[in-house]
Design a protein around this ligand. Structure first.
Ligand code: SAH
Ligand code: SF4
Length: 343
């Protein structure tokens, strides 16, 4: 049997062409897009489509929908999901409640090939890229499961989004579509380990989307020991590219910094970090390392108090910094941890 086409992975424009291929008017594509992006699971729900078209769709199309393999609810309202796809791959998403609205952290790949030593997501390498539809499914399913609307998206789950740029960009266009979820570009943040060649493209394609860079260390020596990607794209070049990004977009970059005891949290590290970032339109987001037992070496978390001290030291040197609130601690809501446990 021919493989059915997954409508959840199609843009409004692609669906218009598809409708015409089925002998229908193009506007039917827009109607289908609206249904699929509002979380419809069956063609019978699509009551404004002619019965004949619904029957035709049942034959040749499907609406991809992962399964909820696991759901964990935290006392603070955070909900962590493990979603499973048909091919057996599983990924996780975390739904969070903030004062300013609901946010979701989505995965962009099943696994990750970047191999950061402190990160659970990369421990099993990369299984495969997710499609735009699979990234969107995480939002649609989380909304359905929680009964809440998502207002903000962070692409900070499993995977390196800039290693799956084509699907990431289709995803961004689709969630932003007024006929779909309609989430504003400024309400979306993409986090990367620093794939330099993609940063310029991203600035060009999505200047309104927030960019976060996982920095984690102020020197090549320490950063390379934590993040192998630094061997290919060293700090000096990365920071130069970031400065270009801020000049071009006039948008503030967030630098993620996981505080690791005696590795990147000494006074001299903080001084170096301040020198590196001085004068840039940016902000440092500190978080005590989330220790994972699979971590190679013996990286230990810096304390929250030390993270606050570092933020103060940076501020005094003219670099904006905050300590991230960590939600969902009681359910291990950090990247990759649930997926590893399930394996
Ligand atoms: N691959 C992208 C996005 C996913 S990781 C990236 O690396 O930016 C999302 C964030 O979680 C990154 O800032 C990453 O460095 C951080 N992270 C991963 N494991 C962590 C851990 N054990 N403790 C604290 N932060 C962690
Ligand atoms: Fe991949 Fe990001 Fe984890 Fe590094 S921190 S292994 S880039 S998901």
């Amino acid at each position: 049997m021919e493989k059915k086409i997954d409508l959840r992975n199609m843009t409004k424009e692609e669906l218009a062409v598809f409708a015409e291929e089925l002998g229908e008017k193009a506007f039917r594509g827009r109607q289908i897009f609206k249904w699929v992006q509002s979380g419809a699971d069956s063609f019978d729900e699509m009551t404004n489509l002619p019965g004949k078209l619904r029957e035709r769709l049942k034959e040749c199309a499907c609406i991809g929908r992962p399964q909820v393999l696991k759901r964990q609810d935290s006392k603070d309202g955070t909900v962590k999901f493990l979603f499973g796809f048909e091919d057996g791959n599983a990924i996780e998403s975390v739904f969070m409640k903030y004062k300013y609205g609901n946010s979701i952290c989505v995965s962009s790949q099943a696994g990750c090939r970047m191999g950061c030593t402190f990160c659970a997501s990369g421990k099993l390498g990369l299984a495969r890229n997710l499609t735009a539809g699979e990234i969107i499914s995480q939002i649609l399913l989380a909304e359905k499961e929680t009964g809440e609307k998502v207002n903000h998206i962070v692409v900070m789950g499993t995977g390196e989004p800039f290693d799956n740029y084509d699907e990431l960009s289709r995803f961004l266009s689709m969630v932003n579509d007024k006929d779909g979820l309609g989430i504003g570009m400024r309400n979306i943040t993409v986090s990367t380990s620093g794939l330099i060649p993609v940063i310029g493209r991203f600035a060009e394609d999505f200047p309104q989307v927030n960019l976060a860079i996982s920095l984690h260390a102020p020197t090549d020596e320490v950063r390379s020991s934590m993040m192998p990607v630094n061997n290919k794209y060293p700090i000096g070049e990365l920071i130069a590219e970031c400065r270009k990004y801020t000049e071009k977009t006039n948008r503030r970059i967030t630098f993620e910094y996981a505080v690791v005891k005696d590795v990147n949290d000494r006074d001299e590290d903080v001084r170096r970090l301040a020198d590196l970032l001085k004068g840039m339109l940016c902000h440092v987001n500190l978080i005590p390392l989330n220790e994972i037992k699979e971590s190679s070496g013996s990286l230990k978390a810096g304390s929250r108090e030390r993270a606050i001290e570092i933020a103060d030291m940076l501020e005094k040197r003219g670099v904006a910094a905050t300590v991230r609130r960590s939600l969902g601690r009681d359910i291990d809501a950090a990247c990759g941890q649930l997926r590893l446990k399930a394996d």
